[in-house]
Design a protein around this ligand. Structure first.
Ligand SMILES: Nc1ncnc2c1ncn2[C@@H]1O[C@H](COP(=O)(O)OP(=O)(O)OP(=O)(O)O)[C@@H](O)[C@H]1O
Ligand SMILES: Nc1ncnc2c1ncn2[C@@H]1O[C@H](COP(=O)(O)OP(=O)(O)OP(=O)(O)O)[C@@H](O)[C@H]1O
Ligand SMILES: [Mg+2]
Ligand SMILES: [Mg+2]
Lengths: 226, 226
């Protein structure tokens, strides 16, 4: 489903910053991959490339058969809206929409009527334990509640590929367990999962762990399919 | 140093939301307290009251001998600038200032010259492993790097009280260990520490753990001074 070939992402800030420094990686359809590595090692940068939010400085990123760099803005937006569900490290909720409206938003890419969109959004909010926060704005929610709204939003279109960047950093053990079960459920339904995490116990729910270090692929650790 | 007496924080959103539902708690000067509890249980709300960013709906919050509700805006701002170091769950960095400038900023409350402010800020950035990121803007930093800048900023005035809301949610194990050592060092120097965390191993660095549940104080767990 996803392939990175000799990918580099370099920022010019006086001296160049090699956020990704030559990464090659294949992610098969329906697999469950965790990504670990020190703060600043390039995890979010990698996720942004796979999620078509950014293009590499060098190398090739292929998502669902398409070379991301050859797509125009509209094609990239469509790919993101229909195929990719992204849980951002900084959530990125729309501040003037309620939790329910935020979760319902990606469905505008589908041919789904308003009633059905609300229904589906409400369902997912319930799965992340936020049924009673549907009408709250983001600034009327706790950190972990915002994180869960971002999560529900990423899953609402039942995307082929889910990218979750630190999805449980703000969640207590119990709430995190519910989220991981939800991921396992989607994975069981055929969704390709890529989860960035700092926590070993979260990474161990995947089939393998990709370890990044200073923008490079340090090693791939196989955990075996459960 | 800090005392909460029958504190309530209620939001009126159609039906009332009891973010804090009658909390009484004493925090002695120089102590190290961790706060744990499910997502949405009132931890950040409690921290905002102690940090004088907010006033209770009912009850009394006393910080450094002063009843927070009786202070005017200017007095509250001064108290925050000189006495309290706050690491926010959402970092709240100034987007147009570099990492160094963000860390140096609280020192404007002190009678410290510009050269000395830069020196001190650089020192702290080094302690959190970001010496080589001093000139980056927040959007040129990774999630964990922003978190560490927020941390350094909270410590720069050597405040009497440090409030850290989920200080290591975005940090890998090694970086987190450095941060916890830094906290231990400040605590050893007499600083009163209050740390909100979802992770047991972070909470266990404190002398006791305050457990919140649905806006109430569920129990206090004594860990004994190390
Ligand atoms: N402005 C607001 N209006 C209405 N409800 C609010 C507002 N701010 C917070 N809340 C609610 O108050 C409760 C406590 O929020 P708080 O941010 O203190 O939780 P928390 O313990 O820090 O959670 P987390 O671990 O997820 O960060 C939550 O249920 C939240 O929905
Ligand atoms: N716009 C930018 N300009 C310059 N450097 C950048 C920019 N964005 C990111 N970086 C740098 O690229 C490196 C990789 O960043 P990235 O966000 O991918 O790290 P990460 O592995 O996600 O870290 P964390 O675990 O802290 O979230 C970091 O060292 C960061 O400082
Ligand atoms: Mg990141
Ligand atoms: Mg919180």
């Amino acid at each position: 489903a996803v392939s990175l070939q000799n990918v580099r992402k370099t920022y010019q800030l006086g001296e160049p910053v090699h956020a990704l420094d030559g990464v090659s990686l294949d992610i098969t359809r329906g697999s469950y991959t965790a990504i670990m590595g020190p703060s600043g090692s390039g995890k979010s940068t990698l996720m942004n490339l796979v999620g078509c939010l950014d293009t590499p400085t060098e190398g090739t990123v292929i998502v669902d058969g398409a070379d991301v760099a050859t797509l125009d803005d509209r094609e990239r937006t469509t790919l993101r809206g229909t195929t990719v569900g992204f849980v951002f490290q900084t959530f990125n909720l729309m501040p003037r929409l309620t939790a329910l409206e935020n979760v319902a938003l990606p469905q505008l890419f589908q041919n789904v009527g308003r009633g059905e969109r609300r229904e589906r959004a409400r369902e997912l909010l319930e799965r992340v334990g936020l049924a009673d926060r549907a009408d709250h704005l983001p600034n009327e929610l706790s950190g972990g509640q915002r994180q869960r709204v971002a999560l529900a939003r990423a899953l609402v279109n039942d995307p082929a590929l889910v990218l979750a960047d630190e999805p449980s950093g703000n969640l207590d053990t119990e709430t995190e367990a519910d989220v991981l079960d939800l991921f396992a459920e989607f994975h069981g339904g055929g969704t390709t999962m890529i989860v960035v995490t700092h926590e070993r116990h979260v990474a161990e729910r995947a089939e393998r762990i990709v370890h990044l270090l200073d923008g490079k692929l340090e090693r791939i650790e196989d955990l075996g399919s459960a």
